[in-house]
Design a protein around this ligand. Sequence first.
Ligand code: 9D3
Length: 253
Amino acid sequence: MIFDIITIFPEFFGSILEHGLLKRATAAGHAAIRLHDLRDYTDDRHRTVDDRPFGGGPGMVFKPEPIFRAVEALRSEAPEKSLPVILLSPQGRLLTQAVAEELAQAARLILICGRYEGVDERVAEYLATDEISIGDFVLSGGELPAAVLMEATIRLLPGVLGNEESRQQDSFAVPAGTPAAFRHGLLDCPHYTRPAEFRHWKVPEVLLSGDHEQIRQWRRRQALEKTWRRRPDLLAQVPLSEEDRQWLESLAT
Ligand code: 9D3
């Protein structure tokens, strides 16, 4: 999968590409990340990418011309193919695991990182095919969101986490390495490792018992309880067994 990133801070991506999953996936050829400096697509002496907002107000807005020129240059490399163009913006649809799975189907993505107060709306309206936000908090630009989107997407690619080609496509199947948080649509259960007692805090007895059925039930109940307390919105999407329902009912009373 090829990612073309359009940014005024290409060097921002250096360290994340040199570590962990993104490094491994690019070294192994599962993904390629190509950085494009937006200023290379300007045509004035000062390499201007922004201007004052029409209508007044504080701050600066990204001009449309360099962004259109950058995307059109990339498109002309493969003129026959449709090429998704994603604008990272606070007004976008929320990035979720389902959206990452959708994006992972593409062979190539162009990511546009905004900065300043925003990007001229004609980019969202006439150039981008999609607009994505990573959450309801204010950041200073689209670079961190682009990195988040790439990590969430690349780890889903076949081969990247030892995901085999045999990866099942049914809706419950998830790639090996998918955090348990999403495996059943619930938050994860607690995890412990040695020592069994640390500063007088003991690991739950059941986990030391070797009784696998008891352990399974404990983990399921912990996950249900944590989700019910912290993220009740997630529970609505989860298929619940009769046993699950009884446990949740016991919590509510
Ligand atoms: C201070 C300006 N804000 C007025 C309320 C609007 C605003 C403009 C530009 C807020 C943030 C940004 C820069 N952010 C992004 O480009 C961005 C973003 C984000 O801030 N949060 C979550 N996801 C994303 S994706 C791109």
